[in-house]
Write a protein that binds this ligand. Structure first.
Ligand code: TGC
Ligand code: FAD
Length: 390
């Protein structure tokens, strides 16, 4: 196939500033040259190219919207375009960047002490240090409010006990943002450093999806951390949910990148593949699929872009973020499935990126709030009635 040609049916390019386009093109080129040649081998091996993390730091990817502390201070649309281009490479690459940015740097920036910010943000921005975010537990996924992990004050320390599961970057993280309940029943955030006695990680094996991404269990057994490792400026579920709003925003853009990759690949394939003496792109049923894909991608691009503009004006509501995450991941997964179908047998091998995107997107549909949880968040917003079953 030729180099990626970009997908812009509606002249959305004209709605971007010069800086936004430059940022996108820099990441697009980097993904093309530095990442795509490596991804198949990592996907097969179930590994992540950790050596690229400092390079992502050099590119200004981590904490790109934050101001100061060595961060790029970009607007939300430029950040979204970065996520789009990373996920055009692989959802695992975007995951690494969204966890570091939205789920680790953001809570330190928004809820942390000045000392915590100085200690962590510049090193995380450079990719010298890696972070992870521990919210989900074995018995509490969609309902993190029921978490069992506890933090108890003992003298000059907090003692953390519990298990966090399905944690991206877990075993490579130098610092984990762990959410736990204190005796007052409230949720607080804590910074747990690698090597702290009582803290250990175990990678999850056997994944068919997100293979080029590290996913771990975090175990906290009477893990003692200094009092100053608690995030001082947040209390309650709104702490982790505030971080999720950042990362879900990035996913809304990232999913568009995966969809664009699948559409572009399937279109080129359909124009070259001859059956019944004609390119399969000339058949009505194949065209119908390609038209569905580009129409949905165009709508998803506009949804993400307007959400970014609202975010930059401070007007984006979490429920609007839910809509973009829910819709864009849904259409990306359907696009990947249709692209796989158009490619026939060739669609099942990793010589082509489509099957990899397709199985990755199964995870993306589930994490950061499942498709159905986002449906319920929007349902509650428009009807005023909670349908979570509690
Ligand atoms: P609810 O009453 O809705 O909210 C509790 C408090 O939080 C506030 N809030 C938010 N604040 C900021 N941003 C948001 N998105 C917010 N959503 C809610 C809310 O205003 C309230 O504040 P206050 O002051 O009144 O206390 O709480 P609920 O218990 O009804 O929530 C239910 C539900 C289902 C919506 C929530 O628990 C949820 O979103 N569940 C899904 C869990 C989830 O998304 N987990 C993700 C784990 S991390 C992950 O998957 C990383 S993948 C990383 C990668 O590799 O990319
Ligand atoms: P469950 O909550 O058990 O849901 C199972 C099904 O029930 C879903 O279809 C769901 O929609 C449905 N359901 C649940 N409640 C309701 C309801 N009230 N009404 C209707 N349907 C409902 N978490 C982290 O904290 N940090 C990470 O870095 C992280 N990375 C991840 C990486 C990967 C590869 C994966 C797969 C997951 C990751 N997660 C992470 C966890 C992820 O956020 C959870 O998997 C997700 O929130 C769903 O929780 P669950 O898997 O326990 O599913």
């Amino acid at each position: 196939m030729e180099k990626f040609r970009g997908v812009d049916y509606y002249g959305i390019e004209d709605l971007l500033s010069e800086e936004e386009r430059m940022v996108r093109d820099a990441i697009r080129d980097w993904v093309e040259v530095e990442f795509l040649p490596l991804v198949t081998q990592h996907h097969r091996a179930g590994t992540f190219p950790v050596e690229l993390i400092p390079k992502l730091g050099e590119l200004g990817v981590f904490g790109a919207t934050l101001k100061g502390y060595g961060c790029a201070g970009l607007n939300s649309v430029a950040y979204g375009l970065i996520m789009q281009e990373l996920e055009r490479g692989d959802s695992g690459l975007r995951s690494c960047a969204s966890v570091q940015s939205g789920l680790v740097m953001y809570p330190i920036y928004a809820y942390g002490s000045e000392a915590q910010k100085e200690a962590w943000l510049p090193r995380l921005a450079r990719g010298e240090k890696v972070g992870c975010f521990g919210l989900t537990e074995p018995d509490h996924g969609s309902d993190p409010g029921g978490m069992k992990t506890r933090a108890r004050r003992r003298g000059d320390a907090y003692v953390l006990s519990g298990t966090k599961l399905w944690i991206t970057n877990g075993s490579i993280a130098d610092v984990a943002v762990v959410w736990a309940k204190e005796d007052d029943g409230e949720i607080y955030g804590y910074l747990v450093e690698k090597g702290t006695p009582g803290y250990s990680t175990l990678d999850i094996s056997g994944k068919f999806s997100m293979r080029a991404s590290i996913t771990s269990e975090l175990s906290l057994q009477d893990c003692q951390i200094p009092l100053e490792n608690k995030l001082p400026d947040v209390k309650g579920l709104k702490g982790p949910l505030g971080c999720l709003a950042q990362a879900r925003y990035g996913i809304a853009w990232g999913a568009v990148g995966a969809a664009m990759a699948c559409y572009d690949w399937a279109l080129q394939y359909a124009q070259q593949r001859i059956q019944f003496g004609k390119p399969i792109a000339s058949f009505q049923l194949v065209q119908q699929k390609l038209v569905w894909m580009i129409t949905e991608i165009t709508k998803a691009q506009l949804l993400a872009l307007q959400l970014g503009r609202l975010k930059d004006q401070g007007r984006a509501r979490p429920q609007q973020v839910s809509m973009a995450k829910m819709n864009n991941v849904h259409i990306a997964l359907e696009t990947a499935r249709m692209a796989r179908d158009i490619m026939g047998a060739a669609g099942i091998v990793d010589e082509h990126p489509v099957i990899r995107h397709m199985i990755n997107l199964e995870t993306v549909k589930t994490y950061e709030g499942t498709h159905d949880i986002h449906t319920l968040i929007i349902g509650r917003d428009i009807t005023g009635t909670d349908a979570f079953g509690v």
